[in-house]
Design a protein around this ligand. Structure first.
Ligand code: BG6
Length: 467
């Protein structure tokens, strides 16, 4: 234990996803992902516009060019003192269409280099196998995750990764924010935005099975592997103490936890089966599916945390935004420039709730503040607002670990280097400790520079959390 009583070996670090940083969207055999067809807009529906103007700018195509600059970026992560780096692998670099049986060697070669570079700097990789980047071909030809065949394609893809990175990568996450599929069915499942609940839950069932198979195969290939599930988590508070408000909030929270329930407890909760029955939602479970879920639960739970939300039973609602979660505005909280309400204590609340419920190790794999940064005349970026946000959340996490006894083994700051926003495609919504000279139209040198928060986080890590 250090001065903060934080466990030795705690995994401090940062997190990104492939499509938000790599660029090189069609290089070295990579196939197109769904996200490669998205333009930038704060209105998520406009991003999907099939008939985007000819000269539209597609942010993922070059992103921040991590593909060619990974050495420089990883050296910066090492300078900050990162013990871990959560990255994702682009499915379409390894299987350009998604249904091939043989992987694309050039795609694997890229990740060999990235992973070797991390290991060289003693940074533990945490790899997300699928982070919002469905191969477009699987959508067009198979109808995305509504098709059971996707289980086989994903299983093959995951096996290739487990075999290739045996002994190098220990921590894996199967699907990024699996619960977000209900709000982002195109991005996460490759199915229509207006898909019915039945279609969405069926597609998610296929992901549950694929995830359980990844746990099975991952353990068989290397017993040291730790295969985690991942949830986009935001507590749901009742707007008032009226029992009807409390009840609605609890119902919604349980509906969200359902995703982790299946993956960590290994079965569908009875309340969800009752819900499906009441809504005439009929899911097809193939023979052996439920046994797979029961026999291969996830080893740990990773979750993202940005905001909390509030619910009431009122018909008229004052809605707030926040990471795909439309809740009601909590009058006691401030919000970011993008309307995400800021609630550090909610992180301690969530850590307690999730640990108490699952009794499995937790890791915070995303947390951060999306904000517009100003560059001073001397080139500095004094992002005190980001430092305050991170400081308050890290403090809340430490209280959960040190005072409440929660087993949380790491914290990775989201978008540790400025990246393309998943929700809007903007660069101006910056999370980074490292600035990247790139704007929303794709202009800029792509040069990297350290913000004030970089130095602050470096200090936090070197003192194992002393704030
Ligand atoms: C999470 C995603 O939902 O939130 C990330 O896993 C995303 O990919 C992050 O970037 C922040 O959202 P946004 O829309 O601000 O990029």
């Amino acid at each position: 234990m250090s001065k903060t009583n934080m466990p030795e070996g705690f995994l401090w670090g940062g997190a990104t996803s492939a499509n938000q940083i790599e660029g090189a969207w069609d290089k070295d055999g990579k196939g197109p992902s769904f996200v490669d067809g998205l333009i930038a807009s704060r209105d998520i529906q406009k991003r999907y516009a099939k008939e985007a103007p000819k000269d539209s700018y597609f942010p993922s195509h070059q992103a921040i060019d991590f593909y060619h600059r990974y050495k420089e970026d990883i050296a910066l992560f090492a300078e900050a003192g990162f013990k871990t780096y959560r990255m994702s692998i682009a499915w379409t670099r390894i299987f350009p269409n998604g249904d091939e049986t043989k992987p694309n060697e050039e795609g694997l070669a890229f990740y060999d280099q990235v992973i070797n570079e991390l290991i060289k700097h003693k940074i533990e990789p945490i790899v997300t196998i699928s982070h919002f980047e469905m191969p477009q071909y699987l959508i067009d030809e198979y109808g995305g995750w509504s098709n059971r065949k996707l289980i086989d394609f994903f299983t093959n893809y995951a096996k290739v990764l487990f075999e290739r990175y045996k002994g190098k990568v220990k921590y894996w996450l199967t699907f990024n924010e699996i619960n977000m599929a209900m709000f982002l069915p195109q991005m996460a499942l490759g199915i229509r935005t207006d898909a019915t609940e039945e279609e969405k839950y069926q597609a998610i069932h296929h992901q549950f099975v694929a995830s359980a198979l990844a746990v099975k195969n991952g353990h068989e290939i290397d017993p040291n592997n730790q295969i985690g599930a991942m949830l986009g988590y935001a507590p749901i508070y009742p707007l008032t103490s009226k029992p009807a408000d409390v009840f609605v909030a609890k119902q919604r929270e349980l509906q969200k936890l359902f995703f982790a329930d299946v993956q960590l407890k290994g079965h569908y909760p009875k309340r969800m089966l009752a819900y499906f029955a009441s809504q005439a939602i009929h899911l097809h479970f193939a023979e052996g599916d439920l046994e797979l879920l029961a026999n291969y639960p996830s080893d740990y739970l990773g979750f993202s945390y940005y905001t909390s939300t509030t619910m009431s039973n009122n018909k008229e609602k004052d809605l707030s935004e926040g990471n795909g979660i439309l809740g009601e505005r909590n009058p006691h909280l401030e919000e970011s420039e993008w309307g995400w309400q800021i609630d550090a204590l909610g992180l301690r609340y969530g850590l307690n709730l999730l640990y108490d419920r699952y009794e499995k190790p937790l890791i915070i794999v995303e947390n951060g503040l999306g904000a517009v940064d100003q560059i001073e005349d001397n080139g500095e970026i004094i992002d005190d607002y980001r430092i305050s946000y991170l400081e308050a959340h890290i403090k809340a996490m430490q209280d959960a670990i040190v005072i409440d006894g929660v087993d949380c083994f790491g914290y990775t700051a989201w978008g540790c280097i400025d990246l393309v926003s998943a929700g809007t495609g903007q660069m101006s919504k910056r999370y980074g400790l490292i600035h990247v000279d790139r704007d929303d139209e794709g202009n800029g040198t792509l040069n990297r520079s350290k913000k004030k928060s970089f130095h602050w986080y470096q200090e936090v890590i070197s003192n194992n959390g002393v704030l």
